[in-house]
Write a protein that binds this ligand. Sequence first.
Ligand code: THU
Length: 130
Amino acid sequence: MNPEKLCELAKEAMTHAYAPYSGYRVGAALLCADGTVYQGCNIENAAYSPTNCAERTAFFKAIYDGQRDFAAIAICGGKDGVISGLFPPCGVCRQVMREFCGEEFIIYMVTPEGYEKRTLAQLLPDSFSL
Ligand code: THU
């Protein structure tokens, strides 16, 4: 699947966000090695800390389904669902990516003009992994 299509699926996922507290709507589309795509959105909570990020929603759906081999993820987000710039993954999500992916895993961050591409090694250097 090309990056543009994966980014479109992340934008579609963003419309599923449950974000009544921050107003930031976030979407992710996770591409597995077999071509399957898992979409995720952020899911907030009145107690704040139970909030789940879009990236982890996508990963946890995929892991539950038995997927273990991942190629790339596209991420987008913005206040009220308006993409005004990069929406980089938080540190917790980067570590979850590292749990299941090598340092060559690709991250596409959607921008108003298109996307920016990074590897997990770039976003999480000297990462911790067992
Ligand atoms: N959020 C994500 O979904 N992914 C990230 O990597 C960063 C933050 C969500 C959590 C919360 O619902 C909102 O963005 C504002 O922090």
